[in-house]
Design a protein around this ligand. Sequence first.
Ligand code: PMP
Length: 384
Amino acid sequence: MIWEELTRQLESLSEDNLLRQRKTLESACGTHAVIGGKRVLAFCSNDYLGLASHPALREAICESARLWGTGSGGSHVVNGHMGPHDALEKALAGFVGAKRALFYSTGYMANIGVVPTLVGRGDAVFADRLNHASLIDAVQLSRADHRRYAHNDMAQLEKMLSQSGARRKLILTDAVFSMDGDLAPLKTLFSLAEQYDAWLVVDDAHGFGVLGQEGRGSLDYCGIPFHPRLVYIGTLGKAAGVSGAFVAGEDTVIEWLMQRSRSYIFTTATSPVVASALLASLELVRNGEDRRRHLQELIAQLQDGLKDTRWKLLPSFTAIQPVIVGENEAVLKVSGELQRRGIWVPAIRPPTVPKGSARLRVSLSASHTGEQVAKLIDALREMP
Ligand code: PMP
């Protein structure tokens, strides 16, 4: 029977310790979460600034629902584009210093919407090997030649660019890598894009709100001003604490996306209440210097606390602090042991990360306290 193969494949995933298991949360996931009636200290959320439960955002949603209702009722290009969506796009473009921005429902949709709209068959995409899954899917959808360079290896990228005869070239990278927490060499990437007349598309899912002046993101952090060949993607379900994403760039690029990007056009516009919450969130992000400073203190505390232990942290100065464990079984054991001690740190396994590099993905938030991070350090230090 046609489904028997699936049963076998599921059994094989289970044997390899690769079966994903979701947990149903009985509370919001802030610094703590309630799972199975038990309250645990959580280091797993991408809510890096601790805004996801902020009263101002809750209030903005209630007020917006009273004014606009709950659903947009259609695509942005037909009847679903409402006042809050428009105001949000303008605010986001101004915030990151771009000419214009386009609001997508999720980061995944933004990524699969952008790449195939800029390049196609006969073109080439030069992509970091550790790029997020949504960027990998985006290239496949585009039908462009997928050239992958070793993580942050600029010499290899340059060689590939210099040998390429592709009609159009696009360099594609995470700004902050989602499972490693390190930063792409954006300045060099931009120079290479200039030198070889390529687009540079940057996915700043984990930098927006966290890095740069007022949290404007990784380009600002690296001192790169907007330029017509730059396409910036920021997601809004992480530091911004709500959901959605935006693409910022030159007027022509954004107009082209609006005309052609399938994941923008052929989907119902996100609820206007989400856009209203994001407008409120943007103000908190902009004024979030204290939050960002506290987050940096927690990062330093964790790194210091695990120095000279058997736990190897990857070199990251962002909220993503991965502890490499290696094998799938071993990482599940460590994560399970932490859970028994009332601490939730997710175990990340292949195919999300390369084989043999399974890890704990510790994600810190400005809403954590120093005492909570100390608890995690102690638990890891005491682990056999
Ligand atoms: N890009 C990166 C680098 C990500 O880590 C993620 C989500 N983990 C996404 C894009 C997708 O964003 P969203 O969750 O808004 O779909």
